[in-house]
Design a protein around this ligand. Structure first.
Ligand SMILES: Cc1ncc(COP(=O)(O)O)c(C=O)c1O
Length: 294
């Protein structure tokens, strides 16, 4: 019973401090002569922002309603999800173990330094064991960390998707029509899946950050792929993109991140069919700590 008493009060106080519902900011994109509405989920919290909060919300609720001993998850050296999770566990006093792939246990990204400072236990794993974890994370975890709650990579799974409904519930009544467009970045695909689950008619536009990735919702007829996507490295900063980020922030007072939201916004601006939509909602999924990539 310890978690029930220990964590649920702390979680509720933590939630009360978040900036929810998110502000919706209308901007006029001079580059393509039209207005869009930016859903400022990035402002939910300075560390656990955007879809990181939306996806973790129900995982944390589940954890606090059961008698687990800690939380564990997996990701790469720059994972926004792991960063948000380690921070939240630190705030709530939850033991946190993170399995990191593509990491030799020596060199540290700023993301991993923060996670360590928030007392997360970091365990390097090979890319091969990462695939095993993807298939059976809980089983593997039980070998070394019994009674830990496993959150799939990126905060995914049905529990992660469930939190996205709160995002779409905050949009204006009547937004869900087939002449409106929701634009959202995608990595594991959980956020887009959550949007598709919680809407029925609006079109959903995204681009592939990971070119080889495949998603169960790929052929959904509401998905509009932004096709001009350039493959880019998660770890390297592209100077043109950084220039775009700075110019965008100066003009609209909105900071985008170099991995997800900036490439998406830059490519959205280049689309020629935007006039066919009445309203365009751009979901700012946060993740701004990747601006500090080293
Ligand atoms: C800032 C940002 N945007 C978008 C995504 C992609 O979200 P998902 O993994 O749910 O597709 C992520 C990864 O969680 C992210 O950190």
């Amino acid at each position: 019973m310890q978690n029930l008493f220990l964590y649920s009060d702390k979680l509720h106080s933590f939630i009360r401090e978040l900036n929810i519902p998110s502000k919706q900011q209308t901007i006029y994109l001079e580059e393509c002569h039209r207005e869009i509405i930016v859903v400022r989920d990035d402002l939910i919290h300075p560390v656990i922002s955007g879809n990181k909060w939306r996806k973790l919300n129900y995982h944390l609720q589940h954890f606090s309603a059961h008698t687990y001993h800690g939380i564990s998850s997996m990701g790469g050296c720059f994972s926004n999800h792991l960063h948000a999770l380690a921070f939240t566990c630190h705030q709530l006093g939850i033991p946190c173990t993170l399995f990191i792939y593509g990491w030799n246990g020596e060199w540290n990204s700023q993301t991993l330094i923060d996670c360590k400072n928030w007392n997360a236990e970091l365990i390097p794993i090979t890319r091969n064991s990462a695939s095993e974890f993807r298939q059976s994370g809980i089983k593997k975890l039980q070998e070394t960390h019994p009674m830990y709650y496993w959150i799939p990579e990126g905060g995914g799974g049905l529990t992660g998707e469930k939190g996205i409904k709160e995002l779409t519930d905050e949009l204006p009544q009547g937004f869900d029509t087939d002449n409106n467009l929701l634009v959202c970045a995608c990595g594991t695909g959980t956020t887009i899946q959550g949007i598709l689950n919680s809407t029925s008619y609006c079109k959903v536009s995204t681009m592939k950050i990971v070119k080889m990735a495949h998603y169960p919702w790929e052929l959904n007829n509401r998905i509009q792929w932004i096709t001009t996507a350039q493959a880019h490295s998660f770890a390297k900063k592209d100077p043109n993109l950084m220039e775009f980020i700075h110019a965008f922030e100066e003009k609209y007072d909105i900071l985008l991140d170099p991995v997800y939201t900036a490439p998406l916004m830059r490519n959205l601006i280049g689309q020629t069919n935007l006039d066919s939509y009445q309203n365009i909602y751009f979901i700012h999924t946060g993740g701004l700590q990747s601006n500090r990539m080293n």
